[in-house]
Ligand binder design. Structure first.
Ligand code: ZN
Ligand code: ZN
Ligand code: FE
Length: 763
């Protein structure tokens, strides 16, 4: 019996070798018909012996190409049409675009082998790629994904590349960015005035020799420029810090291979897998005891970001005399990554000695993703290259309106909800500069086009002065929704854990967020859902003397904590600990409540304790004092791990006075900072657990979500999860979007969806 089926497959199925895979299977099962990429996904017509057609369908379902991700698979039976062969049809263009754009993929082993093989025509060619690897999101201008709609459109394939591209059995069949030395993009080196530095054919030897002399290169990578220098060379690393205006924030490094990573860092199985994954993110690793590399790479810290080469250009550089290079983003601190050749010299010539350019345009800026493995779980600091624009599946009906969450002011990433998918943008970063604002604006326009969605509802942070809120209101839409910062955190965590609109307990710990009482919130225990929240407990407020300055200078916050909760005795202690600081100014600011906003941010409490213990007096990068305090807790001896301080709860307010007293007492008794840090962390765990237990006793709720940047803290995260589970709570945390402000856009959008879903009469 001859049967015919039409199969429509949606998800990440383009640019991942799906059609050649289907073509080969059709040959194996004697199937006639066609396969085609449309903007709705891959559409297959399959006609053949009934059993064969079924086997063909099962094979596609069960063994799809490694890089694909199937979200929906529909089969409909049709009357036989009498197809006589199986062919790959040209892409169709229709209005609705449901096909997903694949993220960029790190170089595959086959391509890596070819560029190092003198006999291969791709030998030493830095833009080698195939269906299994290469640029995608970063080069796509429009959908559907086709070479002519990417920045490869200016390069026409040579006959060799064309033959591979057109051969259904080749690894490069319909790989849109295929290229070789004869037909593709090329590399150029210049000095920092734009003068050619070496002959094009000698670029690699030139790069090796300059890096060997301690020079800094600006290197055009996949999603933007990197700044690179020899990680063994302390002087080079130091001068890169000074030139980039980056005092202490750790630099990421790129290692030649896994053996090199293991030589300098501890790597567990999860970290190993992540480093070698096609997404090739930066993974945060612990330095080995005998690290042997300059302290300047990550001053005072035990951890830093490490990645493996993910483009042929990186691989070629590592085929020379280096095993580890600094590979940090090509920008001045907090500005967007440079992506255009024409801007690079202007913007980076004061940092880099030389430039390594190429002429394949970067269409979509995309920073490296940054991930930490926390207690065996993936925790994103930055979800970007390799993951964007892969959607996160959420609980929502397909006919729901398109909702935009514009995100926060720092670590910005916006989000578009379309059907049951949440598309998180790449990392946008800080947007409180003109450049940052433009970055958000341009990226949003591009992203919206690629997703093919017209916003109906736009959600944004309730902070009255945020640039993001202002921009959100400029996006044309039917409805606008203001969302409280920590409520957005809560909803974001609920959404990625596929929770329905039910009341849960949310423990939201972060640095700063605008509260509905006009104060700065950040240590919040909520009872809430997508549609609303109740603030059940929060840390007591303290004034931040000088506002922003207090965030940069944690000793000011420490003074404020001691003065607020321990009165004159606290002031005396503070006078002793911060004898070299200008305490009078801070005292006056607090007394006159001038420029001293009230805050209960958890980050500020960490700042205060960190400064009290002399761990960190200055935040030269966001969260520094808290990170350093968190790291030393991991070094404390076993004997102290159960100890903690006491505290009081009055009404809904958590009072840290007794804890501060205990910390001061321990400090003056000579207890090591590591031990005090552990006791401080344990106290927070107790506070959180007690609060959850109390709420649960009143309401019967047994689900807790954890969100906010503080949850990057390894000791706090592990210990809290364990303690809550001991109390039989189901604990939800972030695995797919960052727990920091990089994830709030998802929560904003979900809250707006739920608030307005009945307004429009749909669900
Ligand atoms: Zn490849
Ligand atoms: Zn070619
Ligand atoms: Fe936050």
């Amino acid at each position: 019996m001859i049967s015919r089926c039409r199969i429509v497959i949606k998800g990440t199925v383009q640019g991942v070798g799906f059609r050649p895979f289907v073509y080969r299977l059709a040959g194996m099962y004697n199937i006639n018909g066609s396969v085609l990429n449309s903007s709705r996904g891959v559409i297959i017509e399959a006609e053949g012996e009934e059993g064969m057609v079924q086997a063909f369908i099962n094979m596609i379902k069960e063994n799809p190409p490694a890089l694909s991700e199937i979200n929906s698979f529909q089969v409909s039976e049709l009357p036989p049409a009498g197809f006589t062969c199986f062919e790959i049809l040209k892409s169709s263009h229709d209005q609705t675009s449901e096909a997903l754009i694949p993220p960029d993929v790190g170089t595959c082993p086959a391509c890596a082998g070819e560029i190092l093989d003198p006999k291969d025509r791709h030998y030493r060619y830095p833009f080698t790629n195939c269906t299994n690897c290469g640029p995608r999101f970063t080069i796509i201008e429009k959908i559907p994904y086709d070479r002519l709609k990417t920045s490869m459109k200016t390069f026409s394939m040579c006959s060799y590349c064309g033959a591979e591209y057109n051969n259904p059995l080749d690894r490069r069949f319909h790989a849109q960015p295929v290229a070789c030395p004869a037909c593709g993009p090329g590399v150029r080196t210049t000095d920092n005035k734009g003068e050619q530095a070496a002959e094009d054919k000698n670029w690699l030897e030139f790069a090796w020799s300059a890096l060997g002399k301690g020079k800094v290169f600006a290197l055009k990578s996949l999603g933007g420029f990197h700044l690179t220098c020899d990680a063994h060379n302390a002087d080079a690393v130091k001068s890169l810090r000074i030139r980039k205006g980056r005092q202490a924030k750790p630099f990421a490094v790129m290692c030649k291979d896994m053996d090199t990573v293991r030589k300098y860092y501890h790597v567990n199985n999860d970290e190993n897998k992540l480093l070698l994954s096609p997404q090739a993110p930066i993974v945060i690793l612990k330095k080995r005891e005998h690290f042997g590399l300059p302290e300047e790479l990550a001053p005072k810290l035990n951890t830093m970001g490490v990645m493996l080469p993910y483009t042929p250009l990186h691989l070629l550089i590592f085929s020379g005399p280096f095993d580890i290079l600094v590979m940090t983003s090509g920008n001045y601190s907090e500005l967007p990554l440079v992506i255009k050749n024409e801007n690079a010299i202007d913007e980076l010539s004061a940092i880099a000695d030389y430039f390594l350019f190429h002429n394949r345009e970067i269409v979509n800026r995309c920073d490296d993703s940054l991930i930490q493995i926390l207690d065996g779980e993936v925790s994103f600091f930055r979800r970007s290259r390799g993951y964007t624009p892969q959607p996160i599946l959420i609980m929502r009906k397909k006919n729901s309106p398109v909702v935009v969450g514009i995100g926060g002011e720092m670590k910005n990433s916006f989000c578009i909800l379309k059907q049951n998918q949440a598309f998180m943008s790449q990392y946008i970063g800080e947007i409180d500069t003109i450049e940052g604002e433009k970055n958000l604006f341009d990226s949003f326009a591009n992203f919206q086009r690629l997703i093919g969605a017209k916003p109906e509802i736009v959600a944004y942070d309730a902070h009255p002065d945020y640039a993001s809120s202002y921009m959100a209101r400029k996006v044309p839409a039917e409805n606008y929704v203001e969302v409280q910062h920590h409520h957005a955190h809560l909803a974001s965590c609920m959404a990625e854990n596929n929770l329905d609109n039910e009341d849960i307990i949310g423990v939201i710990l972060d640095g700063t967020g605008y509260g509905i009482d006009g104060n700065i919130w950040g240590f919040e225990v909520f009872k809430g859902s997508y549609t609303g929240f109740e603030r059940m407990f929060h840390l007591a407020y303290v004034p931040l003397p000088g506002g922003e300055i207090a965030i940069r200078q944690p000793w000011r916050t420490a003074y404020s904590y001691l003065a607020t909760f321990l009165g004159n005795r606290g002031k005396e202690h503070a006078g002793e600990i911060f004898a070299d600081r200008d305490i009078n100014i801070v005292e006056q600011l607090i007394a006159s409540s001038f420029n001293s906003p009230l805050s209960c941010g958890c980050g500020r409490l960490f700042d205060a304790v960190s400064a009290m213990l002399g761990v960190c007096h200055e935040n030269t990068y966001e969260g520094q004092a808290a990170i350093e305090l968190g790291e030393i807790a991991l070094k404390a001896s076993e004997s102290i791990l159960k100890a903690s301080y006491s505290y009081t709860v009055t009404g809904d307010t958590i009072l840290p006075g007794e804890m501060l007293e205990g910390i001061i007492e321990d400090k003056f008794a000579g207890v090591p900072a590591e031990a005090i840090s552990v006791k401080f962390h344990n106290t927070l765990v107790n506070i959180i657990c007690d609060a959850a237990v109390r709420i649960s006793a009143r309401t019967g709720i047994k689900k807790v979500v954890l969100s906010g940047g503080t949850w990057h803290n390894e000791y706090l995260f592990k210990t809290t999860v364990k303690a809550l589970r001991r109390e039989r709570f189901q604990v939800c945390f972030h695995r797919q979007v960052p727990t920091n402000d990089g994830g709030i856009a998802l929560g904003q959008a979900m809250i707006a969806h739920w608030r307005l879903k009945d307004v429009k009469g749909r669900k």
